[in-house]
Design a protein around this ligand. Structure first.
Ligand SMILES: [Zn+2]
Length: 108
């Protein structure tokens, strides 16, 4: 896992598309969402119902992690973390996988 830039492409008034932080492609999908409240974790994955779990506390504020995948084959996580009055944004890479294992959180 390594930190990557958070890249946006303006698409209209007050709206932007999230770009792949590796190659800049705009075919980016949301795979899952995780909310970590001091080690009490709610995960909403793409293939099953939401999961509640516990783990060791890793931060002093809430951490939101949105796992994303690109049609380009890259995978990454956009993480928002609150700490001492500031919300930080970090993008981490994930190992690439084939498109067969990349699923959308939801779409119609
Ligand atoms: Zn990419």
């Amino acid at each position: 896992m390594s930190a990557l830039p958070f890249r946006l492409k303006p698409t209209g008034d007050n709206e932007s598309a999230i770009l792949c932080p590796v190659c800049g492609d705009d075919g980016v999908h949301i795979a899952s969402v995780e909310v970590d409240r001091g080690g009490s974790v709610l995960t909403v994955p793409s293939q099953t119902e939401a999961i509640l779990s516990q783990r060791a506390r890793t931060a002093r504020g809430v951490v939101l992690a949105i796992e994303m995948w690109g049609e380009c084959g890259h995978r990454f996580v956009v993480r928002l973390q609150f700490h001492k009055g500031t919300t930080f944004l970090v993008v981490d890479s994930r190992p690439e996988v084939g498109p067969a294992v990349c699923h959308d959180l939801w779409r119609d």
